[in-house]
Write a protein that binds this ligand. Structure first.
Ligand code: FE
Length: 171
């Protein structure tokens, strides 16, 4: 009987330990609370980086607000064929449909057109001794990636995006 109680206590202790471990890892993976994120509110956001730093994960902040580029072939959506819609990971703005995504060898998710012409905005980028066109979110100005003229028909454009700047909702 004593042995059974000891075994029961051991099992319960293990169970509690597993539960604690799970909730701990979930807490680590949770996104920070972001009051500016919305799939329906299209109000243009003009916030400074100090405010964005409070509401974005450090990894997303580096790309979206500091213009960093994620390592090629590492992003969640580089090889990702599911049907659905991609939105801005910083603010929820609708950006691209999976129908406009194409298999690119560049190492980043690539699209030939945005959902709406005002889904994105364009800026000249002269960093690293190159002249490129930066693509930013039309609602919150988050850095998404760059656009190139070597995409497929019908537009001939390649919107080369950082996966981390995108959220995906399956249809
Ligand atoms: Fe945005």
């Amino acid at each position: 009987m004593k042995k059974n109680i000891s075994a029961l206590i051991l099992t319960l202790t293990s169970f509690v330990f597993i539960l604690c471990s799970c909730s701990h890892s979930n807490a680590q993976n949770e996104k920070p609370e972001n009051p500016y994120y919305s799939k329906t509110d299209t109000t243009v956001l003009k916030l400074d980086n100090k405010e964005w730093k409070k509401v974005l994960s450090p990894e997303l902040y580096e790309v979206a607000r500091k213009g960093a580029t994620e390592t090629a072939f590492t992003g969640e959506y580089n090889v990702h064929d599911a049907k659905g819609a991609y939105s801005c990971a910083a603010c929820g703005n609708a950006l691209f449909l999976s129908d406009a995504k194409f298999a690119s060898t560049c190492g980043w998710p690539s699209f030939y057109e945005p959902i709406y012409s005002n889904s994105v905005k364009y800026k000249e980028d002269t960093s690293y001794g190159m002249v490129r066109t930066e693509v930013v979110c039309g609602r919150c100005d988050a850095h998404l990636g760059h656009i190139f003229n070597d995409g497929p028909k019908p537009t001939g454009k390649r919107f080369c995006m950082n996966s981390i700047s995108l959220d995906f909702d399956p249809h």
